[in-house]
Design a protein around this ligand. Structure first.
Ligand code: C2E
Ligand code: CA
Ligand code: CA
Length: 740
């Protein structure tokens, strides 16, 4: 049995898994959310800082130029006249600033420059910054090469006014790093970097200490130089002076946050502020790490639970399969196993030519069970299972349904001709067991297996009557028979209601006196047109459908009416026997029904005899003993019909108090071993007589039969020798007279 705790545990772990999954999902969402928050914070901060820096730079440039203009005005006061040459201006400058003014130099209107104490004149008339300053516009140059020593420098230049006329320009010289520290405000973090770049990405100046190499390109360094659409667009945005934020990943795997903005009044310079993501918030990394650890732990718990559940489910499935597929009685498979695996087996053996479903059972297994008990019966089932299995080949499978019913899948050509398949078995204590089986040719492996079994077993039921074969093949005509039977059932029911079924009477004769000592009522179906239908045709259908109960009671009632009439006529009445099917035994109120009708017709009980077939006595001994005792108390006679056809057990006679033993006609037909038959016949008669049981011999057809009876002192005969079953109208007079 699958324990309840097994199922409970399963549910619990399933809940844990769902909870685990839920937690993992929550942590992942939270992580994502935190990352997004951190990123958007960083974006905002960086954009803000860049904006402030840009303003700062513009202000600083302005301030620097204003200071320089102040210095230019100062210098102008020292100069006289409007035709002052460069040399003199330089002297004046040096006088004002001394050597500390190294970075300053003046140019005359024609662009001549002297630097420091040097006597050499330089010409800067080709420099743009000079021209702009001369035309009155203070400005700062792009990166230039120093004419004196070739250094990379920047120059700021302002006009010198004397009497409102530009008489020359004052310049200041900056190394890139100097310019940077003057114009770029201190950054928010030492880990951040700021770059001033030209629209094509060339770094003009940067916060880095190292040499500002004019060949460095920020686009390359930030790894946004490729041809992807986003980077092309990004570079376009930057060069067009827009502002924005982006994330890029450098060659060495660092994620960099960058913000860009154009600087006002400084050529087309663009300020780019970049920072390594990890530097934005050192705790963010830590938080993310912690999230990862939680996630890992959750995944571990999830994994372990999952493995546990898979294991549990597997065990559950194995347990269920064991319960469903292992047969506790035979130790083999149950029919469910065949139902589950048949389509698979057939699909896996495409080379097999023909498949059959075999349904079979053990002949007369009822008797084995009644004689030897259930334990022995089960032992035989196990042995049958083992031995029949050993007759099967690969791809074939034997299964047990219930009782002595088995089903097998067969993969062989023409199993109908296979004599070995259901050949009788010898059990370990020499009992011979024979089988009856039906075959169904499988044409569609996906047909319901139970339907296949029903068809195969229909074929089995059709051979029961023919003892020479043990196998039969299903074909659709069998089903047609079934349909015919169904139609027959309806007609029988109608016949019962319209009392077309009536008793014929076959006299029982005392062979010595020739007097009638009784009769047997035998059912006949007489149609209004006079056509007669034998009970052999309709009784089996009545048996299988349960209608036999109605038929028996109808005959019984007609017999009671018959006797009542003769009693009323003051005739000397003899007992009349009525056949009762085994179906009545299943009905609790059987005896009450009998007595009720007896009372209704006021017929003395001793004029009625019940014929119960021999096999019934073995099927349910306890019930039959109780029934016979009850009937004998009521003075109703009971006869054991067809004695000698089943597993006749004389010993049974001492336990059941029957009044009459009807020896079956097959006894008289055994012509090959007459001597043996006579001995057995004599001993049966003698034993019955000793037990006080009357003997009636059925099927007496010849004088030879009568002589056998005479030899055995057996007096009552029933058979064609004396009379066939007679219609009531013909039997009336014979019964009244008491002789034929
Ligand atoms: P049964 O009870 O063994 O009835 C005896 C059968 O043997 C009758 O066949 C009878 O006609 C036949 N018979 C009698 N003498 C001879 C003879 O000398 N030679 C041969 N060859 N046959 C002889 P019937 O009437 O065809 O009945 C067949 C069976 O149908 C009965 O066998 C009985 O089992 C069943 N049956 C008949 N009427 C009823 C009934 O009302 N209720 C029930 N439940 N079964 C009935
Ligand atoms: Ca009978
Ligand atoms: Ca009989």
């Amino acid at each position: 049995m699958i324990s309840k705790t097994f199922l409970k545990k399963g549910r619990l772990f399933l809940a844990t898994i769902i909870f685990d999954l839920f937690l993992i999902l929550c942590v992942m969402l939270l992580m994502r959310h935190t990352q997004d928050l951190l990123a958007s914070d960083a974006r905002l901060n960086l954009a803000e800082i860049t904006k402030q820096n840009r303003e700062g730079i513009a202000n600083n440039i302005d301030l620097e130029l204003k200071n320089q203009q102040l210095a230019a005005r100062n210098l102008a006061t020292k100069l006289e006249g409007d035709q002052i040459d460069a040399y003199e201006m330089n002297i004046a400058l040096m006088a004002l600033h001394g050597m500390s003014g190294q970075n300053l130099f003046v140019a005359s209107r024609d662009g001549t420059v002297f630097i420091g104490l040097d006597e050499k004149a330089y010409d800067i008339s080709d420099r743009q910054y000079f021209r702009r300053a001369r035309s009155g516009k203070p400005n700062i140059s792009n990166m230039l090469e120093d004419k004196t020593n070739g250094e990379k420098i920047f120059i700021s230049s302002v006009p010198i006014y004397v009497q409102n006329k530009v008489i020359g320009t004052l310049q200041k010289r900056y190394l890139p790093q100097q310019l940077y520290s003057i114009i770029v405000p201190p950054l928010f973090s030492s880990k951040g970097r700021a770059y001033i770049i030209s629209p094509n990405g060339t770094i003009i100046i940067s916060s880095e200490e190292e040499d500002n190499d004019a060949s460095r390109n920020l686009f390359l360094e930030l790894n946004i130089y490729d041809d992807s659409d986003t980077n092309i667009q990004l570079r376009k945005d930057i060069s067009q002076g827009k502002s924005g934020v982006f994330i890029s990943e450098t060659e060495d795997g660092h994620k960099i946050f960058s913000a860009y903005q154009k600087i006002k009044n400084a050529h087309d310079w663009i300020l780019v502020t970049s920072i390594n993501i990890e530097a934005i918030s050192p705790h963010a990394r830590q938080i993310i790490h912690q999230f990862y650890i939680i996630l890992l732990v959750l995944c571990l718990v999830f994994g372990v639970t999952l493995i546990y559940i898979i294991n549990l489910k597997q065990k559950e499935r194995q347990e269920l399969e064991r319960l469903a597929f292992d047969d506790p009685i035979t130790g083999g498979y149950t029919f469910n196993k065949l139902v589950a695996s048949l389509p698979g087996i057939i699909a896996n053996a495409p080379e097999a030519k023909s498949w059959h479903l075999l349904a079979f059972d053990i002949d007369k297994f009822r008797y084995i069970n009644s004689f030897y008990g259930f334990d022995h019966g089960n032992f035989i089932l196990r042995e049958v299972c083992r031995k029949i299995s050993s007759r099967l080949g690969p791809n074939e499978m034997l299964t047990h349904l219930w009782g002595d019913y088995f089903a097998a899948l067969l993969c062989r050509d023409n199993p109908l001709q296979d004599d070995t398949l259901l050949a009788p078995l010898k059990t370990s204590w020499d009992m011979s067991i024979s089988f009856s089986g039906g075959l169904y040719l499988i044409t569609d492996p996906h047909e319901n297996v139970r339907d296949m079994y029903d068809k195969a077993s229909l074929a089995t039921s059709m051979i029961k009557k023919d003892i020479h074969t043990s196998l039969n093949l299903y074909d659709d005509s069998l089903n047609q028979n079934l349909i015919k039977n169904e139609a027959m059932k309806h007609r029988i029911l109608k016949a019962i209601n319209e009392e077309e079924i009536l008793p014929f009477f076959q006299p029982k004769v005392d062979i010595i006196t020739g007097m009638i000592v009784g009769a047997e009522a035998l059912a006949r179906w007489r149609k209004p047109n006079g056509e007669m239908i034998s009970p052999a045709e309709f009784i089996p259908i009545c048996e299988s459908s349960g209608l036999v109960v109605e038929v028996d009671l109808l005959i019984y009632r007609k017999v009671l009416e018959f006797i009542r009439r003769h009693l009323d006529l003051k005739h000397n009445c003899t007992p009349i026997s009525v056949n009762f099917s085994r179906k009545h035994l299943e009905d609790g109120g059987f005896v009450e029904k009998l007595t009720h009708l007896l009372n209704k017709y006021k017929v003395p009980a001793n004029l009625i005899e019940l014929e119960l077939t021999e096999s019934l006595f073995y099927d349910n001994q306890k019930a039959i003993i109780d029934l016979v005792n009850e009937l004998s108390k009521l003075d109703i006679k009971v006869s054991m019909d067809d004695f000698g056809t089943g597993y006749s057990s004389l010993s049974m006679l001492k336990d059941v108090h029957i009044d009459v033993l009807k020896i079956d006609q097959s006894f008289l037909r055994q012509s090959d071993q007459k001597e043996k038959r006579d001995i057995i016949f004599a001993s049966i008669v003698s034993m019955a007589t000793q037990l006080g049981i009357n003997v009636v011999v059925e099927g007496v057809e010849t004088e030879e039969n009568v002589n056998l009876m005479l030899r055995c002192s057996c007096r009552v005969a029933q058979g064609y020798y004396y009379s066939k079953p007679l219609p009531p109208e013909r039997f009336e007079d014979i019964y009244a007279q008491g002789s034929l």
